[in-house]
Design a binder for this molecule. Structure first.
Ligand SMILES: [Zn+2]
Ligand SMILES: [Zn+2]
Length: 271
């Protein structure tokens, strides 16, 4: 099945995307790629700007002026391109409370909330710059804490979709394969998703950040989600134009397990 939707596209407002990720360029490119509907989003809070405050646990609610800027751009440009646009936000869950709450409550005008766990539980670091001297026991404890945490995030009624589930834990070596116990753990998470109507991302960026031998079993998680009735949200996680709507690994999974249109998450377009 061809995936005509991409519900995870970043803009220049992330501060770490390509300079070409301007809203009209994104809409134009998505239209040319034949996408029917996309979600344009940004991080909340801004990761680099606010990481110290999050690590130091000095604030639990961050302002997100970038939402307003994106919204103004979308309002201005969206009619000029043949693609439907959803105003989204990739919002970090609070790594200090780990109760499933988000680090931003001001979600006015946002139609789609995608929750992520970029901040590692119990360690003042991001998954992409893990300190070197963490003992194995610490990594295992982090995984257990993350699992409890992500289940709580999935149960938060404000959350529509889980962003790239498992990415951070696999990247830091806390998940070495998506098989055996990890598969059982994800089955537990999927039950929470089902109960709370939270969708599960099939995020192409996993294939770029996680070695293929670690990622091999991920297809079974997506199949389990589908079998259970948890909706799958196709996501490129594009930070540059050329990756918008490109689903190589994700498309292979979709084809192998015969993912149908009815298995895909579709955001409500209302306010
Ligand atoms: Zn993310
Ligand atoms: Zn993202």
């Amino acid at each position: 099945m061809h995936l005509f939707y991409d519900y995870h596209i970043h803009t220049v407002f992330s501060g770490h995307s390509g300079p070409e990720m301007l809203v009209p360029a994104i809409l134009d490119h998505a239209g040319r790629r034949g996408l029917r509907r996309i979600a344009v989003l940004e991080h909340a809070p801004e990761l680099n700007r606010h990481c110290r405050a999050v690590f130091a646990n000095t604030a639990s609610d961050f302002p997100c002026p970038q939402f307003q800027m994106i919204r103004e751009q979308l309002d201005y440009w969206h009619r000029q391109f043949p693609v439907e646009v959803v105003r989204a936000a990739e919002v970090d869950a609070n790594p200090n409370l780990r109760d499933g709450s988000l680090l931003t409550t001001d979600l006015g005008g946002i139609q789609l909330v995608i929750a992520s766990t970029h901040f590692l539980p119990g360690i003042p670091a991001f998954w992409y710059n893990l300190p070197e001297n963490i003992p194995t026991a610490g990594i295992e404890r982090m995984y257990d804490e993350w699992l409890d945490w992500i289940c709580r995030v999935a149960a938060n009624p404000k959350v529509d979709v889980l962003a790239h589930p498992g990415l951070e834990m696999a990247a830091v070596g806390a998940i070495r394969s998506f098989e055996g116990k990890v598969l059982d753990d994800f089955a537990r998470l999927l039950k929470v998703c089902l109960e709370h109507d939270t969708a599960f991302e099939l995020n192409e960026s996993l294939a770029k950040k996680i070695p293929p031998e670690v990622l091999r079993g991920y297809i079974d998680i997506i199949a389990a989600a589908r079998d259970l009735g948890v909706k799958i949200s196709p996501a490129s996680d594009a930070h540059d134009l050329k990756t918008i709507g490109v689903f190589t690994w994700a498309g292979e999974i979709a084809a192998k397990i015969n993912l149908g249109e009815e298995d895909l998450f579709q955001p409500l377009m209302a306010e």
